[in-house]
Design a protein around this ligand. Sequence first.
Ligand code: SF4
Ligand code: SF4
Length: 165
Amino acid sequence: MKNFYNQIYSVLGSLTPLKGDCGRACNKACCEGDKDGDGMYLFPFEEELYTALPSWASISETDFEYDKNKFAPLFSCDGICERSMRPLSCRIFPLTPYIAKDGELEVIVDPRSVGMCPLSALYVEDFEPDFVKAVEEVGKLLLTNPETKKFLEAFSRLLDDCRFI
Ligand code: SF4
Ligand code: SF4
């Protein structure tokens, strides 16, 4: 599955949510975990890319069961990383592909970004169009594999819980 993720990463390339560096205004708030257990979910099989885990990262278990007895691992870091080694969740943040209840693939602002990321106040249309298109393309690729599809469906329901709190 390394090729699968390399393909996904290459869709995103060096695209960013906005034209400039959004981290200048917020001091990279999304990279500043403030407690143990902060981190980003790895997508199914993404862990295979971290056979040699960099010194600035760790991977732990979570109780997010996206399929029967399949739990998403959590990727945590020291707040500074080698960009080429950051996981998919970091590359698309604060947007995310999302499967609506009618099964349609959408791109939404990740509701978990509210209160932390200044971009969470924007509409998807306000983001860099090429970035939005790339996140949608990532979603389409995730739907081509049964396990990443299952993950995206379960993850979308998890986001629903955050959206409507
Ligand atoms: S994605 Fe949001 S929290 Fe992260 S650097 Fe950009 S503006 Fe800051
Ligand atoms: S891996 Fe990199 S991009 Fe992701 S939270 Fe850590 S420092 Fe930020």
